[in-house]
Design a protein around this ligand. Structure first.
Ligand SMILES: C[S@@+](CC[C@H](N)C(=O)[O-])C[C@H]1O[C@@H](n2cnc3c(N)ncnc32)[C@H](O)[C@@H]1O
Length: 245
């Protein structure tokens, strides 16, 4: 896949943040917290057809995203510096970071016991420059050093509290990226990253760029996803590249 375009996401004309309803109300965060707790209590299954499923058959991660992870690994790890990935899942992005970009240090935070078991089985703990942290990022973020590249892709929780911590853990010239899944409405309005994400990025002094990729050959059907997390009519992926202004 080749980048079709690299364009600056418009972040300038945002309304005054003080005037906005908070993007995550306490109620919203509370129900997400419950969903995350339930997620952690479930057994996960790695299937032979390339999916990581929860007990309800919802896909937490799927193989079709592998080429996307390849691009996202390039975005956050091409400096070959100190790289952090939050959420191991099927290990696609970590494998690309490790195999293609040889970072100085490569940190992985993962909280689900079944995923942690898979990481142990696959030998991630034995790699000398890899530091696996088996915890929720919420419990360790205040103890982390600074990184040159950070990728975030977790499950059943809000990204915003993580973003708020970025000024503490991302170097001034570092790059941040995340799994980007704008709604059809966002895309209709030429918002390639959800507005609520841009608001938080703007608040912490970051600007966002996107690279667009044609993924029409990759998108999964609704059934294989268990619960639709990727609208099959989205045939472009907008890879976010976020930097401090
Ligand atoms: C969608 S998968 C990540 C897929 C990954 N990008 C890949 O390339 O395979 C999400 C992962 O985040 C983990 N996760 C969810 N919440 C987390 C948290 N609060 N802290 C650390 N890991 C978390 C899940 O257990 C799961 O392994």
């Amino acid at each position: 896949m080749h980048p079709l375009s690299q364009s600056k996401v418009p972040v300038i004309d945002l309304p005054n943040l003080e005037d906005l309803t908070p993007v995550s109300s306490e109620e919203g965060l509370f129900s997400l917290e419950r969903a995350h707790k339930r997620y952690l209590q479930q057994s996960l299954t790695y299937t032979d057809d390339g999916r990581l499923l929860d007990e309800q058959g919802k896909a937490v991660m799927m193989e079709w995203e592998k080429p996307i992870m390849q691009q996202q690994a390039r975005t956050v790890a091409s400096t070959r510096g100190d790289i952090l990935n939050v959420g191991f899942g099927m290990g696609y992005i970590d494998t690309f970071i490790h195999n293609k970009h040889a970072p100085r240090t490569h940190w992985i935070i993962e909280c689900h016991p079944d995923v942690q078991r898979k990481m142990i089985q696959d030998g991630w703990l034995k790699l000398p420059h890899v530091r696996c942290i088996f915890a929720k990022w919420q419990d360790v973020i205040d103890y982390l050093p600074q990184f040159d590249g950070i990728y975030f892709d977790t499950w059943e929780e809000s990204i915003f509290p993580f973003m708020e911590k970025l000024p503490n853990i991302l170097r001034k010239d570092g790059v941040f990226s995340f799994f980007n899944n704008p709604t059809i409405e966002d895309l209709k309005n030429n918002q390639f990253i959800p507005t609520s994400y841009l608001e938080v990025l703007n608040k912490i002094g970051m600007e966002a760029f996107v690279e667009s990729y044609d993924i029409s050959q990759l998108v999964p059907d609704r059934e294989s996803q268990g619960r639709v997390y990727w609208d099959p009519s989205h045939t472009n992926y907008y890879n976010p590249i976020c930097k401090f202004k």
